[in-house]
Design a protein around this ligand. Structure first.
Ligand code: HEM
Length: 147
């Protein structure tokens, strides 16, 4: 009975504190813009191309004005997340996944940056692919970290 009720308590749904709600909401809101925005812009590209020469570049620049602030908000709230967690109790697999996520975040930022600087369509496509896949990886690993 005792062990059963201990287990039930550990799995019991509970509300997050107000500060945790603020921290995670900002982190997730920024992720929706950074990751979701990339997927939406990619999906709209065939239509945007039909709007005339230079339209994809204009849309890309406009998206960059939203996505880069979201990226830096992810880094800022990510550091906040890291320090909000009790590290004495973190498992070695949590630490390993955190390390892999940091590599994914770096690849996401670098891929997106090089995508904006690439001079050939092939390089632009490759960097966009790397940036988007790494962004999705960071998202999945983040969900795993939140437990
Ligand atoms: C491309 C950038 C990033 C994306 C897409 C992303 C996405 C996410 C998502 C979706 C979660 C799950 C939140 C939840 O389910 O409650 C999460 C959690 C987390 N993220 Fe990120 N993240 C990014 C960058 C970062 C950075 C740069 C750091 C650290 C410097 C970081 C540290 C964390 C930590 C520690 C958690 C667990 C939070 C908790 O359990 O309270 N993230 N992330």
């Amino acid at each position: 009975m005792t062990s059963h009720s201990t287990f039930a308590l550990a799995g019991q749904p509970h509300l997050a504190s107000l500060l945790t709600v603020v921290r995670l909401t900002l982190h997730i809101l920024a992720a929706t813009i950074w990751v979701g925005g990339q997927l939406v812009v990619a999906g709209l590209l065939p239509t945007v191309r039909g709007l005339g020469q230079g339209a994809p570049q204009k849309i890309a620049r406009a998206f960059g004005r939203l996505s880069w602030p979201a990226f830096w908000l992810l880094v800022l709230t990510g550091v906040w997340n890291y320090f909000a967690i009790s590290h004495q109790t973190a498992t070695s697999s949590w630490n390993a996944v955190f390390g892999i996520k940091m590599v994914a975040v770096l690849a996401a930022g670098l891929g997106a940056y090089l995508h904006t600087k690439a001079s050939t369509p092939k390089a632009r496509g490759i960097y966009a692919g790397v940036g988007t896949l790494a962004s999705i990886a960071a998202l999945v690993l983040g969900v795993a970290l939140a437990g």
